[in-house]
Design a protein around this ligand. Structure first.
Ligand SMILES: O=c1ccn([C@@H]2O[C@H](COP(=O)(O)O)[C@@H](O)[C@H]2O)c(=O)[nH]1
Length: 253
């Protein structure tokens, strides 16, 4: 958390560079190095999606090498959407932090607190899925509760409680539903939100920032993955995104 706060404050960026590598082994190794090297100066964080690495024969080694190439001052979030009983979650946490060297993870809260707590280590970032960016998410996450609110609010409530107890717990909230971003920000005014859905999924950047920024003009990590991977000049696209985000931030940082 400290690393993320320092990074965003010192570099004036809320951009999270997503690494979802596609291509043959030689292309992927070369492109990962290019995207990391071209975008690092604009990145508040990197997000590596575990599935894109595990689908390759040498995936775990490639993931370790990728994390090692990222400058130490930039947090790396392993997007594994982990979620299992504590005994098993503990092994996922060891994989993410001790084997891969990630600074944070994404976690699916469906199994409850014990699926999340093993990831809450000092200095680590845990982003709990609350309102995801995919359209069909509504079938579960928008279920209305008899006590009021939605299932996604319940996930946010659990994450908030765990953040108070352990620290370092944020939310995943998709940019494809700006109303949900604003609703969850009203409920969780202090936590970090990891926000996928800008770019290939068509999320509304301006509305997301309007509803999702904290009072201090920070608190969001705006992720984009395919757009950067496919860009002729990933550095230029990253710079444009950072400029766009900063123009829309009420606090000039
Ligand atoms: O709600 C969610 C949670 C995670 N993701 C992941 O983020 C990136 C988005 O990639 P784009 O190419 O920018 O669409 C990808 O790794 C997803 O698995 C998400 O999209 N939505």
């Amino acid at each position: 958390m400290e690393k993320l706060t320092q990074r965003t404050a010192h570099t004036h960026t809320l951009l999270c560079v997503g690494l979802d590598p596609i291509g043959d082994d030689a292309q992927v190794t070369r492109r990962l190095a290019e995207v990391i090297d071209q975008t690092s100066e604009y990145a508040a964080a990197f997000k590596t999606n575990l599935a894109f690495f595990l689908s390759r024969e040498n995936g775990v080694q490639l993931l370790r090498d990728t994390v090692q190439r990222i400058p130490e001052s930039i947090p790396v979030i392993l997007d594994g959407k982990f979620g299992d009983i504590a005994n098993t979650a503990d092994h996922y946490a060891r994989f993410a932090y001790d084997i891969i060297g990630a600074d944070g993870v994404t976690v699916n809260p469906y199994m409850g607190d014990d699926a999340i707590v093993p990831f809450a280590r000092p200095g680590k970032l845990v982003f709990v899925l609350a309102k995801t960016s995919n359209k069909p998410a509504h079938s579960l996450q928008d279920v209305a509760l008899t006590r009021g609110g939605y299932l996604s609010d319940c996930a946010a409530q659990v994450a908030r409680k765990l953040d108070e107890e352990h620290g370092g717990i944020g939310l995943v909230v998709g940019a494809t539903n700006a109303e949900a971003v604003a609703r969850l920000r009203a409920q969780s005014p202090e936590q970090w939100f990891l926000v996928p859905g800008v770019g290939a999924q068509g999320g509304d950047l301006a509305a997301t920032l309007r509803g999702g920024l904290r009072a201090d003009g920070s608190g969001l990590l705006i992720n984009t993955s395919r757009v950067l991977w496919q860009a002729a000049d990933a550095g230029a696209v990253a710079r444009q995104l950072v400029e766009q985000i900063n123009e829309l931030r009420p606090v000039a940082v």
